[in-house]
Design a binder for this molecule. Sequence first.
Ligand SMILES: [Cu+2]
Length: 179
Amino acid sequence: MTRRFQPSGLALAGAVLIASALIGPASAHVTVQPADASADSYAQLIFTVPHGCNGSATKALRVKLPDGILSAKPQMKPGWQVEIKTRKLDAAVAGPHGKTVSDVVDEVDWRGGPLPDNLYDTFGLVVRLPDKAGQVLYFPAVQECEQGVERWIEIPTTGRSADQLRAPAPAVRLKAKSP
Ligand SMILES: [Cu+2]
C-alpha cells in the first residue's frame, strides 16, 4: 500500500516561507545597499540587478548620481565596459583630500554581459557622500535589456513611500556621522 504524502500544515507553512524567501529577492527591483550610510564619508554602494526586463537579459545598467557627490569610482567588472560621464560644477568646491573639485561624475554606465533573467549580479560604486545627514539621495537607474528597458527612476513625493511606486529609484538615506 503506498501512503500518499500529506504535507502537514507546518510543512506547508515551511514550504511557503522558503518559496517567498526564494521569490522575494528575485522579484525585487534594482536596488542599492546600504540603504543607510554615514553623511560626509566614503561608502561602497552596491547596485543589485535581480532580474531582467520581463524575462529579457540585461545588457546595460546606467546610474545617475545625485548632486553633492564629489568623488565616485565605479567597479571594474569582467565582461562589462564602464563609461564614466562627468559634468562641470557651476562653481568649483573644496573636495576630499584638500583638492578643488570642478567636475563631478554625473552618470556611470556598465555595458556588456548579457545578464540572463534567471541570474542576478551586482555593480559597485565607491563614493564620497555629502555632509547632508537626514537627506535621502536618489540614484535613478536605467536597465537596458535585449528586449525592452526598465527605468528605476521614480522618486516618492512627500508622504508617499517607495513601496507604493512601480519603479522606485535606488535610494540611500544619509545618517549623522558617528563621532
Ligand atoms: Cu523587480
